[in-house]
Write a protein that binds this ligand. Structure first.
Ligand SMILES: O=C(O)CCC(=O)C(=O)O
Ligand SMILES: [Fe+2]
Length: 213
Protein backbone atom coordinates (compact mmCIF):
# COMPACT_ATOMS: atom_id res chain seq x y z
CA UNK A 1 0.00 0.00 0.00
CA UNK A 2 1.33 3.44 -0.87
CA UNK A 3 1.10 5.99 1.92
CA UNK A 4 -0.29 8.79 -0.32
CA UNK A 5 -2.43 7.03 -2.93
CA UNK A 6 -4.69 9.91 -4.02
CA UNK A 7 -2.36 12.70 -5.00
CA UNK A 8 0.82 13.75 -6.77
CA UNK A 9 1.30 16.51 -4.19
CA UNK A 10 4.28 16.19 -1.84
CA UNK A 11 3.69 13.86 1.13
CA UNK A 12 1.78 15.66 3.87
CA UNK A 13 0.86 18.75 1.86
CA UNK A 14 -2.83 17.80 1.74
CA UNK A 15 -2.88 17.89 5.55
CA UNK A 16 -1.87 21.54 5.66
CA UNK A 17 -3.89 23.01 2.79
CA UNK A 18 -2.63 25.49 0.23
CA UNK A 19 0.69 27.32 0.59
CA UNK A 20 -0.27 30.97 1.24
CA UNK A 21 3.14 32.19 0.07
CA UNK A 22 2.65 30.74 -3.43
CA UNK A 23 1.55 33.24 -6.11
CA UNK A 24 -1.56 32.14 -8.05
CA UNK A 25 -0.58 34.57 -10.84
CA UNK A 26 2.32 33.95 -13.23
CA UNK A 27 3.41 37.62 -12.82
CA UNK A 28 2.32 41.30 -12.92
CA UNK A 29 0.74 41.00 -9.46
CA UNK A 30 0.45 38.73 -6.44
CA UNK A 31 -2.53 36.64 -5.32
CA UNK A 32 -2.20 34.45 -2.23
CA UNK A 33 -4.80 31.83 -1.32
CA UNK A 34 -4.75 30.82 2.34
CA UNK A 35 -7.62 28.30 2.23
CA UNK A 36 -10.00 28.24 5.24
CA UNK A 37 -8.82 30.45 8.11
CA UNK A 38 -11.96 29.76 10.17
CA UNK A 39 -13.27 26.45 11.52
CA UNK A 40 -16.47 25.29 9.79
CA UNK A 41 -18.35 26.05 13.01
CA UNK A 42 -17.07 29.65 13.16
CA UNK A 43 -17.58 30.17 9.43
CA UNK A 44 -21.20 28.94 9.80
CA UNK A 45 -21.72 31.27 12.75
CA UNK A 46 -20.34 34.34 10.92
CA UNK A 47 -22.36 33.50 7.81
CA UNK A 48 -25.63 33.34 9.79
CA UNK A 49 -24.85 36.49 11.80
CA UNK A 50 -23.92 38.58 8.75
CA UNK A 51 -26.91 37.31 6.75
CA UNK A 52 -29.23 38.40 9.57
CA UNK A 53 -27.55 41.62 10.81
CA UNK A 54 -26.18 43.40 7.72
CA UNK A 55 -28.55 45.93 6.08
CA UNK A 56 -28.28 44.35 2.61
CA UNK A 57 -29.22 46.58 -0.36
CA UNK A 58 -29.33 45.98 -4.09
CA UNK A 59 -26.36 47.31 -6.01
CA UNK A 60 -26.72 49.52 -9.08
CA UNK A 61 -24.71 48.93 -12.23
CA UNK A 62 -24.77 50.84 -15.52
CA UNK A 63 -24.97 48.61 -18.61
CA UNK A 64 -25.06 50.32 -22.03
CA UNK A 65 -26.00 53.56 -20.25
CA UNK A 66 -28.92 51.93 -18.42
CA UNK A 67 -29.09 51.83 -14.62
CA UNK A 68 -29.82 48.26 -13.47
CA UNK A 69 -30.57 47.05 -9.92
CA UNK A 70 -28.65 43.85 -9.19
CA UNK A 71 -30.15 40.77 -7.52
CA UNK A 72 -26.81 40.53 -5.70
CA UNK A 73 -26.93 42.56 -2.47
CA UNK A 74 -24.18 44.74 -1.05
CA UNK A 75 -23.21 46.62 2.11
CA UNK A 76 -20.26 48.78 2.97
CA UNK A 77 -18.57 49.35 6.32
CA UNK A 78 -15.61 51.49 7.39
CA UNK A 79 -13.64 53.33 10.06
CA UNK A 80 -15.65 56.49 9.30
CA UNK A 81 -18.55 57.34 6.98
CA UNK A 82 -16.37 57.46 3.85
CA UNK A 83 -18.12 58.38 0.63
CA UNK A 84 -17.48 55.87 -2.17
CA UNK A 85 -18.69 56.54 -5.72
CA UNK A 86 -19.29 53.91 -8.38
CA UNK A 87 -21.75 53.66 -11.26
CA UNK A 88 -22.53 57.31 -10.52
CA UNK A 89 -23.89 56.61 -7.01
CA UNK A 90 -22.17 57.74 -3.80
CA UNK A 91 -22.58 55.51 -0.76
CA UNK A 92 -21.45 56.12 2.82
CA UNK A 93 -19.77 53.49 4.96
CA UNK A 94 -21.58 52.11 8.02
CA UNK A 95 -19.70 51.77 11.35
CA UNK A 96 -18.12 48.33 12.01
CA UNK A 97 -20.28 45.83 13.90
CA UNK A 98 -18.89 43.24 16.34
CA UNK A 99 -18.57 40.41 13.77
CA UNK A 100 -16.82 42.59 11.21
CA UNK A 101 -14.44 44.02 13.81
CA UNK A 102 -13.40 40.50 14.85
CA UNK A 103 -12.98 39.34 11.24
CA UNK A 104 -10.99 42.47 10.33
CA UNK A 105 -8.55 41.81 13.17
CA UNK A 106 -8.11 38.14 12.19
CA UNK A 107 -7.61 39.01 8.53
CA UNK A 108 -5.15 41.82 9.31
CA UNK A 109 -3.08 39.39 11.39
CA UNK A 110 -3.22 36.64 8.79
CA UNK A 111 -2.56 38.82 5.74
CA UNK A 112 0.00 41.17 7.35
CA UNK A 113 -1.78 44.32 6.11
CA UNK A 114 -4.34 46.72 7.59
CA UNK A 115 -7.65 47.87 6.14
CA UNK A 116 -10.09 50.72 6.83
CA UNK A 117 -13.19 49.53 4.98
CA UNK A 118 -15.04 46.42 3.85
CA UNK A 119 -17.39 45.82 0.94
CA UNK A 120 -19.78 42.89 1.44
CA UNK A 121 -21.56 41.01 -1.34
CA UNK A 122 -24.42 38.54 -0.93
CA UNK A 123 -25.00 36.13 -3.83
CA UNK A 124 -28.27 34.23 -3.28
CA UNK A 125 -27.18 31.37 -5.57
CA UNK A 126 -25.11 30.65 -8.69
CA UNK A 127 -27.42 32.74 -10.91
CA UNK A 128 -25.70 35.78 -9.36
CA UNK A 129 -22.03 36.60 -9.93
CA UNK A 130 -19.72 39.48 -10.75
CA UNK A 131 -18.40 40.17 -14.24
CA UNK A 132 -14.80 41.02 -15.18
CA UNK A 133 -13.46 44.13 -13.41
CA UNK A 134 -10.53 45.34 -11.34
CA UNK A 135 -10.80 47.01 -7.97
CA UNK A 136 -9.26 50.25 -9.20
CA UNK A 137 -11.75 52.90 -8.08
CA UNK A 138 -10.10 56.26 -7.39
CA UNK A 139 -10.96 56.07 -3.66
CA UNK A 140 -8.84 52.90 -3.23
CA UNK A 141 -5.20 53.22 -2.23
CA UNK A 142 -3.12 52.20 -5.24
CA UNK A 143 -1.41 48.79 -4.93
CA UNK A 144 -2.76 48.30 -1.38
CA UNK A 145 -3.66 44.73 -0.42
CA UNK A 146 -7.30 43.66 -0.82
CA UNK A 147 -8.31 40.73 1.39
CA UNK A 148 -11.32 38.62 0.38
CA UNK A 149 -13.07 36.30 2.86
CA UNK A 150 -15.62 33.80 1.53
CA UNK A 151 -18.52 32.37 3.56
CA UNK A 152 -21.14 29.89 2.38
CA UNK A 153 -21.31 28.19 -1.01
CA UNK A 154 -18.02 27.38 -2.76
CA UNK A 155 -17.57 29.45 -5.90
CA UNK A 156 -15.00 29.62 -8.67
CA UNK A 157 -13.02 32.90 -8.84
CA UNK A 158 -11.12 33.79 -12.02
CA UNK A 159 -8.35 36.16 -13.10
CA UNK A 160 -7.70 37.39 -16.66
CA UNK A 161 -4.61 39.38 -17.70
CA UNK A 162 -5.64 42.69 -19.34
CA UNK A 163 -3.05 42.47 -22.14
CA UNK A 164 -2.38 38.76 -22.74
CA UNK A 165 -5.85 37.42 -21.70
CA UNK A 166 -4.06 34.66 -19.74
CA UNK A 167 -6.51 33.23 -17.21
CA UNK A 168 -6.28 31.35 -13.94
CA UNK A 169 -8.93 30.26 -11.42
CA UNK A 170 -9.27 29.14 -7.83
CA UNK A 171 -12.17 27.62 -5.84
CA UNK A 172 -13.07 29.83 -2.88
CA UNK A 173 -14.00 27.61 0.07
CA UNK A 174 -16.23 28.30 3.10
CA UNK A 175 -14.18 30.41 5.53
CA UNK A 176 -11.29 30.88 3.10
CA UNK A 177 -9.07 33.94 2.64
CA UNK A 178 -7.64 35.21 -0.66
CA UNK A 179 -5.39 38.29 -0.79
CA UNK A 180 -4.66 40.38 -3.92
CA UNK A 181 -1.48 42.44 -3.62
CA UNK A 182 0.94 44.74 -5.47
CA UNK A 183 0.06 45.54 -9.10
CA UNK A 184 -2.71 42.90 -9.40
CA UNK A 185 -5.48 45.49 -10.03
CA UNK A 186 -3.35 47.33 -12.63
CA UNK A 187 -2.71 44.26 -14.79
CA UNK A 188 -5.49 41.75 -14.04
CA UNK A 189 -9.29 41.59 -14.10
CA UNK A 190 -11.18 39.25 -11.81
CA UNK A 191 -14.68 37.77 -11.89
CA UNK A 192 -17.04 35.50 -10.00
CA UNK A 193 -18.60 33.45 -12.82
CA UNK A 194 -22.26 32.45 -12.64
CA UNK A 195 -22.85 28.71 -12.22
CA UNK A 196 -26.02 26.61 -12.61
CA UNK A 197 -24.51 24.05 -10.21
CA UNK A 198 -24.51 26.42 -7.22
CA UNK A 199 -27.85 26.47 -5.38
CA UNK A 200 -26.78 27.89 -2.01
CA UNK A 201 -25.95 31.47 -0.96
CA UNK A 202 -22.50 32.96 -0.47
CA UNK A 203 -21.29 36.06 1.37
CA UNK A 204 -18.01 37.68 0.34
CA UNK A 205 -16.17 40.34 2.34
CA UNK A 206 -13.42 42.39 0.70
CA UNK A 207 -11.33 44.38 3.15
CA UNK A 208 -9.82 47.44 1.44
CA UNK A 209 -7.95 50.69 2.06
CA UNK A 210 -9.72 53.92 1.14
CA UNK A 211 -7.60 57.07 0.70
CA UNK A 212 -8.42 60.84 0.49
CA UNK A 213 -10.23 60.74 3.83
O1 LIG B 1 -17.40 37.83 -4.49
C1 LIG B 1 -16.19 37.82 -4.73
O2 LIG B 1 -15.46 36.87 -4.42
C2 LIG B 1 -15.53 38.96 -5.45
C3 LIG B 1 -16.18 40.29 -5.23
C4 LIG B 1 -15.43 41.39 -5.93
O3 LIG B 1 -14.64 41.18 -6.79
C5 LIG B 1 -15.64 42.78 -5.52
O4 LIG B 1 -16.48 43.04 -4.62
O5 LIG B 1 -14.98 43.67 -6.06
FE1 LIG C 1 -13.45 42.95 -7.21
Amino acid sequence: MTPFPDTDAPPGSELFGPDPTANLLPGDGIVNYYGPILSVKDADRYFAALLADVPWKSDEVVIFGKRIETARKVAWFGDSAYGYTYSGTTRHALPWNAELRALKQLIEQTSGAIYNSCLLNLYHDGSEGMSWHSDDEKELARDAAIASLSLGAERKFSFKHKRTSATTSVTLEHGALLVMRGTTQTHWLHSLPKSKKVTAPRINLTFRTITCL
